[in-house]
Write a new protein. Sequence first.
Length: 228
Amino acid sequence: MPSAQRSITINRPITEVFNYVADGENSPKWRSDKIEIKHESGQGVGAIYRQTVPGPRGRRVEADYEVTGYQSPKRMDFKAIAGPVRPTGSYVLASAGEGKTKLTFSLDARMNIIKRVLMGRMVQKSMDGEMLALDKLKKVLETPSAGATPKAGTAGSPSAKVTSAATPTKPAAKSARSPLASSSWAPATTTTTAATCRTSPASTSSRARASIRSSGPRIWITRARMWW
């Protein structure tokens, strides 16, 4: 007979875990997003959920179920009431320490010989997939809600974005040493040199000429350095 069972510890209080798994309409969030399910009637024992799941060749298969046992927050039992295979299942919960819950999920399907031969392997594979989905359930329940305030400095948080926008970038700091800045500085030096030439007598001494000639290279060397 196809059957499966698995236990997992979830870092959430037992009441929170029970309320989440007991509400069948949460199933697409952790079992499979291909499941379509809707609560039809009742609360607790006798509650009925209409459900369809993917079947062979892309067809939808009815898999409605009814809650047969409800002991909040420790246990819930259910049975399928539609579909070619009608398994029974349960969620058994126990406290695993402060703020932690041990959840045990079980499934079992009683099938005649013909169905076991034709569908047994496929049903077992489906049950094994349901057990693996407990990992996603754990992740969903342990992830902070979308409305929670992100920690400071966390990637993607508003505070991290504001900080990065307010911090000056290195290219902005380098703008003071850009070629444009050096070119605006050069004319002032050239003008000063020209003024010095005009104030010198017509018969400039050899020492003054040497001073003018030596200042030229320094100006261009300085300008060359500013480009780097």
